[in-house]
Design a protein around this ligand. Sequence first.
Ligand SMILES: Cc1cc2nc3c(=O)[nH]c(=O)nc-3n(C[C@H](O)[C@H](O)[C@H](O)COP(=O)(O)O)c2cc1C
Length: 188
Amino acid sequence: MNETLALLSSRRSVPPVALAAPGPDASQIETLLSLASRVPDHGKLAPWRFIIFEGAARARAGDIIAEAFAKLEPDAGATRIDAERKRFMAPLVVAVVSRAAPHAKIPLWEQELSAGAVCMNMLIAASAMGFGATWLTQWYAYDRSVLAQFGLSDQEKIAGFIHVGHSASVPEDRPRPALEQIVSRFPG
Ligand SMILES: Cc1cc2nc3c(=O)[nH]c(=O)nc-3n(C[C@H](O)[C@H](O)[C@H](O)COP(=O)(O)O)c2cc1C
C-alpha cells in the first residue's frame, strides 16, 4: 500500500483534549491552508474562507462562547460555563467559513459541498504533516451572536472548526459502515 492509501486507511480524528503544543508554526499553517484550499470548486468561486484562532485569540473566542452560553442557559453553573470557555484550547483552530451565495449557474448545495471538501482536505493534510486534528461544529457554530463576533456576515455559515495540534497517539479506529449497506449497483 502506498503512503497516501496508508494515510487514508489509518487517519482518525483526535479529540481537542488530546491535542497539545506544539501546533503548526506559521509556515506549516500556510502549507495546511494552501493544501486545504486545493479542492474541487464548481465555477471557481472559492465559496469559503478561513479564520485562524491561535494563541490569545483562542481564549478570547472562548470568552465569547462562554458569554453566549451563559445567556442561553441562565441557570448554568460556573463549572459548565468554564467548560464552554475552554472550547478552543487546541494549539490551532481554523474556522472554515462557507460563503456560498445564490449564483446564476452554480447551486448553493455545490458551493457548500466544496466547503466540506476543504474541511476534509485540511484533516488529511494535518495528518500527513504529523498533526492530530478533528472537525467539529458544536452549538456555537449555529449561534448568530457568536458568529457575528467571530466576524461572519449574516449570510456566511460555519462548515467546521478544525482543531489541530500534536497528539501523542491516534485513537483506536471506530466501526465503519459496511459497504453492503451503502452500495448498490445500477442494473444494466
Ligand atoms: C460537519 C461535521 C460536524 C461535526 N461536529 C461535531 C460536533 O459538534 N461534536 C462532535 O462530537 N463531533 C462532531 N463531528 C464528528 C467528529 O468529527 C468525529 O469525531 C468524526 O466523525 C470522527 O471521524 P473519523 O474517525 O473518521 O476521524 C462532526 C463531523 C462533521 C463532518
